[in-house]
Design a binder for this molecule. Structure first.
Ligand SMILES: NC(=O)C1=CN([C@@H]2O[C@H](COP(=O)(O)OP(=O)(O)OC[C@H]3O[C@@H](n4cnc5c(N)ncnc54)[C@H](O)[C@@H]3O)[C@@H](O)[C@H]2O)C=CC1
Ligand SMILES: O=C([O-])CC(=O)C(=O)O
Length: 334
């Protein structure tokens, strides 16, 4: 029996993500929690003819604990999204507290569940969850994941577009490392499963990198005040959740990029730190998944000079974002 839970399930991401999870044979029970509308969303989804039993709760009467009871995997898209002119960091003020409170609920109710954080700014919200778990003495770095899959999904799509064949987009695999905001998003295009044409100009390369780094802004601008990516994020969140669940069920060799604590694999972390030339507590890299969560954090491998420069630009910003999250989380620990 596998139970998946979505916290923030009535939102722009939460609803389509819950739909995709409900559609999956990997899930037997689906718990939905939000501060609004979850009974309705749950009733609606429960009519879909797939096995997962759906329940939705609101905060009163211990709704969070009821939703979480028995969860194996908890996905968190709760929190406010960006409007034009905002950075992901501008969301910190509101989302940090939301994530802290939800993490407290998880640490109390289901400390062994896999926790997948979507709420922005991911570079800082993941350390907040870790600090809350440490406070409760239940932190297992192998079970905490920042969801950076949308960056990978975008990179696949944009590379396929560049190759002039969108039908390739589900086959193109491009590692995207670092974090999940602006310059901290580093696509390793030189490692693409489908190489870019050798003739690509420097300008075209830079435009492609920029599009992966700032793809979120493209959607925020197009939605014009109505929020940020929701449908592509739900797709990406479901894709990553399914990989975690397949690994949980015993499938071997599943690799996915995710923003994780480098405490999850000290040997992998040592290699990565050497490559980066700097110690960081969190980083998004390709991660091998197993029944206990992170099995191995893969190093960057061979990268180009241009990618080395992108990494160098990402590191100070990432370090700052991590410190902000750890600072807030540590305060929450006192
Ligand atoms: N990691 C990633 O790649 C991406 C992350 N995001 C982030 O995901 C978050 C959600 O985005 P949307 O779904 O578009 O926003 P939304 O506003 O449509 O939905 C958020 C939901 O969270 C709920 N919520 C607020 N406080 C809550 C609490 N204390 N407990 C439970 N639920 C609560 C709201 O009621 C709402 O239903 C944002 O922070 C956004 O920036 C968005 C796209 C990509
Ligand atoms: O851009 C945003 O605010 C939402 C997000 O994280 C993304 O689309 O990658």
């Amino acid at each position: 029996m596998v139970k998946a839970v979505v916290l923030g399930a009535a939102g722009g991401i939460g609803q389509p993500l819950a739909l995709l999870l409900k559609s999956s044979p990997l899930i037997d029970e689906l718990g939905l929690y939000d501060i609004v509308n979850t009974p309705g969303v749950a009733a609606d989804l429960s009519h879909i003819a797939t096995p997962a039993k759906v329940e939705g709760y609101l905060p009163p009467d211990d709704g969070l604990a009821k939703t979480l009871k028995g969860a194996d995997i908890v996905v968190i898209p709760a929190g406010v999204p960006r409007k034009p002119g905002m950075t992901r960091d501008d969301l910190f003020k509101i989302n940090a507290g939301i994530v802290r409170d939800l993490a407290t609920g998880i640490a109390t109710a289901v400390p062994k569940a896999f926790v997948l954080v979507i709420s922005n700014p991911v570079n800082s919200t993941v350390p907040i969850v870790a600090e809350v778990f440490k406070k409760h003495g239940v932190f297992d770095p192998k079970r905490l994941f920042g969801v950076t899959t949308l960056d990978v999904v975008r990179a696949s799509t944009f590379v396929a577009e560049k190759l002039g064949d969108l039908s390739l987009s589900s086959k193109v695999v491009v590692p995207v490392v670092g974090g999940h905001s602006g310059v901290t998003i580093v696509p390793l295009l030189s490692q693409s499963s489908h190489p870019l044409p050798a003739s690509i100009s420097e300008d075209d390369y830079k435009t492609l990198v920029h599009r992966v780094q700032f793809g979120g802004d493209e959607v925020v601008k197009a939605k014009d005040g109505a929020g940020s990516a929701t449908l592509s994020m739900a797709y990406a969140g479901a894709e990553f959740s399914f990989k975690v669940l397949r690994a949980l069920k015993g499938e071997k060799g599943i690799v996915a990029p995710s923003y994780v604590s480098l405490e999850a694999d000290s040997a992998g972390a040592a290699l990565l730190t050497k490559e980066l030339g700097q110690e960081l507590a969190y980083f998004s890299s390709n991660v091998e998944l197993g029944q206990e969560g992170v099995v191995k954090i893969n190093p960057l491998g061979k990268i180009t000079e241009a990618e080395q420069k992108l990494i160098a630009a990402a590191l100070p910003e990432l370090a700052k974002n991590i410190a902000t999250g750890v600072g807030f989380g540590t305060e929450a620990r006192l």
